[in-house]
Design a protein around this ligand. Structure first.
Ligand SMILES: NC(=O)c1ccc[n+]([C@@H]2O[C@H](COP(=O)([O-])OP(=O)(O)OC[C@H]3O[C@@H](n4cnc5c(N)ncnc54)[C@H](OP(=O)(O)O)[C@@H]3O)[C@@H](O)[C@H]2O)c1
Length: 334
C-alpha cells in the first residue's frame, strides 16, 4: 500500500480568485495495482491557464471541469514503481492524465510509455498536438505565409510559431507581455519579430512588421489582439481560433471581441475556431514530427521547470496566469 499526496479542488472559482485559495492538499492510501494496472510515481505535472478555467462550476470548454474533493487532473509523467500481472514493466517512464497526485494507479488505457527518443521523459508534456493541428490542419500554413501568433510564449503559442517556421512560413510574428519574452521569442524560438501587446497601438506595430498583411493568425488570446489581426489581414487570411485567454477565465469582455465585418468581408477572412480532440490521427501527426524536429534543431522544447512539488503547484498556476512563465510550465515532484 502506498500513500499518495493530491491537490484537490476545495471550492469552485467564481471570479478571479487565486488558485492557491481554491485548492487543498490531502493524502489517500492506494491499494497495490491489480491485473493490468501499474503504480506510478509522478515526477512532473503540466500546468496551463485552462486549469483555472476547469476550476469553475460550468466552464465553457469541450471537457468536464473539476469537482470539489477530487484531484486536479492534468498531463503528467512518472515512473512505474509496481505492476500487477500483465502491467507495464517496473521502471518504465510513462505519461498519464491524472495530474496533481504524487502517486496514481493507472489501468491499461490510462498510462502510456513515453517515446524513448525524447531527451527526457518530461519532454512528452507539451501542447504540440493542439499547436500542430491548429497550424497545419486548421490554418493550413504553407510556404511563404506571414503568420501572427498571439500568446506566442504560452504553451501552445511557443510551439505554434516554431511549427509554422518548420513548415516554411516566410515570416512568423509573435505577441507576448514582457520584454524578456520578446527576446525569448526571437532569440530562442526563431520568431522573426515579436511585439508586446501592452505597448500601445498593436495595429500600427503589426503593419510595420507585416506591411503586406498577415496570411495566418493563430489566436490563443482573443480580445484586442483578435481585433487588431482583422485590421491587418491579407486577402483570404486564415484565422485559427484556439483560445480566448483575454476573457475565457472569467467570461469578461476579452472573450467577446468585436468583429469588424466590413473589413473581414473585404479581405475575405476565413474564421476557423477549432477544438483539438486528440484523435489518434492528431496524436500521430504531432508525435511523428516532434522527436525528429527536436533532433535536427527545427524545434526546441519551450518549457519552464518549477521545483517544489505539489505544495507550490497552485501558486505556480497563479504565477502562470500573471504571465510570469514561458512555454509549457512543469512542476517537478521528485
Ligand atoms: N482549441 C483547442 O483545442 C485548445 C487546446 C489547448 C488549449 N487551448 C487554449 O489555448 C489557449 C492557450 O493555452 P496555453 O496552454 O498555451 O496557455 P498558457 O501556456 O497557460 O498561456 C499563458 C500565457 O497566456 C498569456 N496571456 C495573454 N493574455 C492572458 C490573460 N488575459 N490571462 C492569462 N494569460 C494571458 C500570458 O502570457 P503573455 O501575457 O506574456 O502573453 C500567459 O503567460 C487557452 O485559451 C487554452 O484554453 C485550446
Amino acid at each position: 500500500m502506498t500513500t499518495a499526496r493530491r491537490v484537490i479542488l476545495d471550492q469552485y472559482r467564481t471570479g478571479t480568485e487565486a488558485a492557491a485559495k481554491l485548492v487543498a492538499l490531502d493524502e489517500i492510501t492506494l491499494p497495490d495495482p491489480g491485473p493490468g494496472e501499474v503504480l506510478i510515481r509522478t515526477t512532473h505535472v503540466q500546468l496551463a491557464a485552462v486549469l483555472a478555467d476547469l476550476m469553475r462550476e460550468n466552464p465553457n470548454l469541450p471537457m468536464a471541469g473539476y469537482k470539489p474533493g477530487e484531484p486536479l487532473w492534468a498531463g503528467a509523467v512518472g515512473e512505474v514503481i509496481a505492476a500487477g500481472e500483465g502491467g507495464l514493466a517496473v521502471g518504465t517512464a510513462v505519461a498519464h492524465r491524472k495530474g496533481l497526485q504524487s502517486h496514481v494507479i493507472a489501468g491499461p488505457w490510462e498510462a502510456f510509455p513515453v517515446d524513448p527518443a525524447l531527451p527526457e521523459p518530461y519532454f512528452a508534456l507539451n501542447q504540440g498536438v493542439t499547436a500542430y493541428h491548429g497550424m497545419v490542419d486548421v490554418a493550413e500554413v504553407s510556404e511563404g505565409d506571414v503568420v501572427f501568433v498571439s500568446g506566442a510564449a504560452g504553451g501552445v503559442g511557443s510551439l505554434a510559431g516554431q511549427i509554422a517556421k518548420a513548415r516554411g512560413a516566410k515570416k512568423v510574428i509573435g505577441s507576448a507581455g514582457s520584454a524578456a519574452k520578446l527576446v525569448y521569442l526571437t532569440e530562442e524560438l526563431g520568431y522573426d519579430a515579436a511585439l508586446d501587446y501592452r505597448d500601445g497601438d498593436l495595429v500600427a506595430a503589426l503593419k510595420t512588421v507585416a506591411p503586406d498583411g498577415i496570411d495566418v493568425f493563430f489566436d490563443t488570446v482573443g480580445g484586442t489582439q483578435f481585433e487588431a489581426a482583422v485590421q491587418v489581414a491579407a486577402e483570404g487570411a486564415r484565422f485559427a481560433l484556439c483560445g480566448a485567454l483575454a476573457g475565457q477565465l472569467d467570461d469578461s469582455v476579452g472573450a467577446h471581441p468585436r468583429l469588424d465585418i466590413m473589413t473581414a468581408i473585404n479581405a475575405e477572412i476565413v474564421l476557423k475556431p477549432f477544438r483539438t480532440m486528440h484523435t489518434p490521427e492528431q496524436l500521430e501527426a504531432w508525435s511523428s514530427h516532434y522527436s525528429h524536429w527536436l533532433a535536427d534543431g527545427s524545434v526546441v522544447y519551450p518549457h519552464t521547470l518549477v521545483p517544489g512539488g505539489l505544495d507550490v503547484a497552485a501558486a505556480t498556476l497563479d504565477a502562470l496566469l500573471a504571465g510570469t512563465h514561458r512555454g509549457t510550465v512543469l512542476v517537478e515532484l521528485a
